[in-house]
Design a protein around this ligand. Structure first.
Ligand code: ATP
Ligand code: MG
Length: 407
């Protein structure tokens, strides 16, 4: 009989916290049961700066999702990002000792465990281990070795590590919200599940997520993550400039940006139809969209020039045959942003789709986490593993986190 399970996810963003809960069926289909979103004030430039504020935002988002789904959320899969995240490649090898030599999910689990053994500095911690390919008796390029016959099973993995204290702060916020951490997943891997096609990933593609406080740049090429970096600049930077340039309270600058923002002055209207009242002025005045765009454009250019600088590290013009996919709220809604990015970066740029199964960009990471979870059940959540009493990928991650943080 088909077995299904409830999975919940959390995206801790600089502008909002999203929670999503869904049911994953035995054949990996996802049925969204509920979701919640709450404003976030506890993160600045990608770092948690106020635990109490984060706990409030998480609790509010989770409560909304719980009420909608009518299920109690006890543990969550958490998206993680950070300026100190790095990715190293490693290998693991195990022998298949049984006489029938058939590779089981348990062997896959063992070889992935073996690949985790690397020396990392004491201030860092493994976040996730991603199999790139399996090798059975020297035969390379295997995605799923279960059921194959062999004597020696190898795996090549990408190990994602992060700064211990930053991870501890994320885990602390979740635990103080009375939730268990089911696992930590790089946000861009969650977004990749929804936004990138397999062809794009095979050809080489950069996912550039311009959020509120950060811009996350990840380059995928085949099974490899060629580049990951998080820079502390995003849409808030643009809002700040509007607030300063037009002498407006931040909330008004944000509202005007959302309604009229255009990233290229040449595309903006010069009709003076945006009414503003600057601080210290007694009456309102009208400005044109072009005037607003002349404040926005240099900031967007600055963000894009940092993206350019980061991408140059991987010789991106040759590597990104599928170009760049822009996501995140920071640029996605701004007219002219894609064209500007294309001009400045010199490779094809497309905006990520903004409607994913009825959800807008706000939920990209939270929804992507559920899809990531479904995909990662392939090896470790099979019945055999449970029968043999070993732990699934996320259960293992949960156990490690529990041991680590609760001592
Ligand atoms: N309609 C819109 N027009 C222009 N900008 C918008 C619009 N809607 C949202 N934004 C901007 O998108 C940003 C929020 O995007 P997003 O939800 O991706 O950020 P986040 O995930 O909370 O932040 P981060 O990823 O940096 O932690 C804010 O800067 C906001 O001003
Ligand atoms: Mg984000």
């Amino acid at each position: 009989m088909a077995r299904s399970s409830i999975v919940a996810s959390l995206d801790l963003g600089s502008s909002k916290v999203c929670c999503m809960v869904g049911e994953i069926s035995r054949n990996n289909e996802i049925d969204i049961l509920g979701y919640g979103v709450a404003p976030s004030t506890g993160i600045k430039k990608g770092n948690i700066v106020n635990i109490e504020a984060m706990v409030r935002s998480i609790s509010e988002a989770v409560l909304q999702a719980q009420q909608m789904a009518n299920v109690k959320i006890e543990s969550v899969l958490v998206g993680i990002s950070g300026p100190n995240i790095s990715i190293v490649n490693n290998r693991g090898v195990v022998a298949i000792p049984r006489s029938d030599r058939e590779i089981t999910p348990h062997d896959v689990d063992r070889v992935i465990q073996a690949s985790r053994i690397i020396a990392i500095p004491p201030d860092r911690e493994i976040i996730d281990v991603i199999p790139r390919q399996f090798i059975v008796d020297g035969c390379e390029g295997i995605k799923d070795p279960v059921g194959m016959i062999g004597t020696r099973l190898e795996v090549e993995v990408s190990i994602i590590t992060g700064q211990l204290t930053a991870i501890q702060n994320v885990v602390r916020c979740v635990q103080r919200s009375r939730l268990e951490v089911e696992g930590l997943v790089l946000k861009s891997l969650a977004a990749k599940e929804l936004l990138l096609s397999d062809d794009e990933v095979d050809m080489g593609v950069a996912l550039v997520d311009v959020g509120a406080g950060t811009t996350e740049i990840t380059v995928f090429h085949g099974e490899n993550i060629e580049l990951y970096n998080l820079v502390p600049l995003g849409g808030n930077y643009v809002t700040n400039d509007i607030a300063i340039g037009l002498r407006l309270p931040y909330s008004q600058a944000e509202a005007i940006k959302r309604k009229y923002a255009c990233a290229a002055a040449s595309l903006a209207s010069d009709k003076p139809d945006i009414e503003i009242q600057s601080i210290g002025e007694t009456s309102a005045r009208k400005i044109s969209q072009k005037e607003l765009a002349s404040i926005i454009e240099p900031r967007v250019q600055e963000i894009l020039s940092i993206v350019h600088k980061e991408l140059k590290a991987v010789n991106y013009r040759d590597m990104l045959a599928a170009g760049i996919v822009l996501c995140g709220g920071g640029l996605l809604h701004m007219r002219g942003a894609v064209e500007l990015a294309q001009k400045m970066l010199g490779v094809p740029v497309r905006a990520a789709k903004t409607d994913m199964y009825g959800f807008d960009h706000t939920f990209t990471v939270a929804l992507g986490l559920l899809y990531y979870s479904a995909r990662n059940r392939t090896f470790s959540d099979r019945e055999e593993i449970r029968d043999k009493g070993t732990l699934s990928f996320f259960e293992r991650a949960k156990q490690i986190l529990r041991e680590y943080f609760l001592g």
